[in-house]
Design a protein around this ligand. Sequence first.
Ligand code: KG4
Ligand code: ZN
Length: 342
Amino acid sequence: MSRVICLALETSCDETAASVVAWESGKFHVLSSIISSQAQKHAVFGGVVPELASREHLPAMHPLCRTALEEAGLGLDDLDVVAATRGPGLAVALLMGHSFAKALAVAAGKPFLGVNHIEGHLLSPFLAAQAPSLSEVGEWLALVVSGGHTMILRATPSLACQRLATTRDDAAGEAFDKGAKILGLGYPGGPALEKAARGGDAKSVDFPRGMLHSPELDFSFSGLKTALKIYLSRHPSDPADARYRDICASYQQAILDPLVSKFRRAVRETGIRLLAVAGGVACNRALRAELEKMAQEEGATLLLAPPEYCTDNAAMIGAVASLRFSLGERSVLTEDIFPQYA
Ligand code: KG4
Ligand code: ZN
């Protein structure tokens, strides 16, 4: 199929997003990408409240789809497929976009495709304007680091994936969020912690690096927040304290070290020299800089997802849908969501 145009919805967590993506000759073109974040609504609760997320998606979806089409300069008739995230994510949130997109597809007389959210993150580095065409790419090694997942995957342009590593407990983004909460920073914690850590001495506190020296490529971050709690109970600190910045930088470094080290090991073990990194934590500038350095040392090419496509967005969902649609895939209208990673 030479060209595919897709309208996609993403509602797996607390972002309502709609996007129109065109897929042509191995390249994705984002014609529009709109995100309506509910983060402030959840911030007062210190984390995402699933039912609130679900109810906030409902009034947002229709106007967002309308605006996404308008910005792309297209109408429903121009679409080849309507898509939405199928999972993993919060069930009550997924149901909103998945059901809305099905109804829209039926009303417009278009096919529907449900999309795996992780595959969305996996393709997001290819949304960058300077990214190579998928038709020129062989296998690549992906690091997906988000609030729900921490994975190293071996992937191909037909989206055949092999998972090489995952977290045994908390995700990297969760470690940022939980650490930020303990440190009295706001939600979402990742950006707040990154800001608080800037200029701090990352060697100041020796926090544990979960599974850093284990033979497996897997990750473990749950011990880190406990270590932070214990440290703060012995050395109370707040943002006014001169050492606060050092504690934040040290905590951040304890998340980054296993990510970079295990990804480097995966590069060496597989011999794959095309690397792609995505997911909300991939916004982190310290992580981006360390990955650039690692890729250079390993003689690898690194594709970092543009920051606007690192955190949850619908363009990455449209990318997967248009690619899978071009490969002949369609979903049935009785398709269910899948909240858990399968
Ligand atoms: O990919 P994403 O938007 O949602 C999931 O699929 O989970 O990722 C959200 C996660 C949150 O845990 C958030 O704190 C983290 O990404 N995050 C960051 C940064 N920006 C977002 N973590 C570290 N540094 C950042 N700058
Ligand atoms: Zn995500």
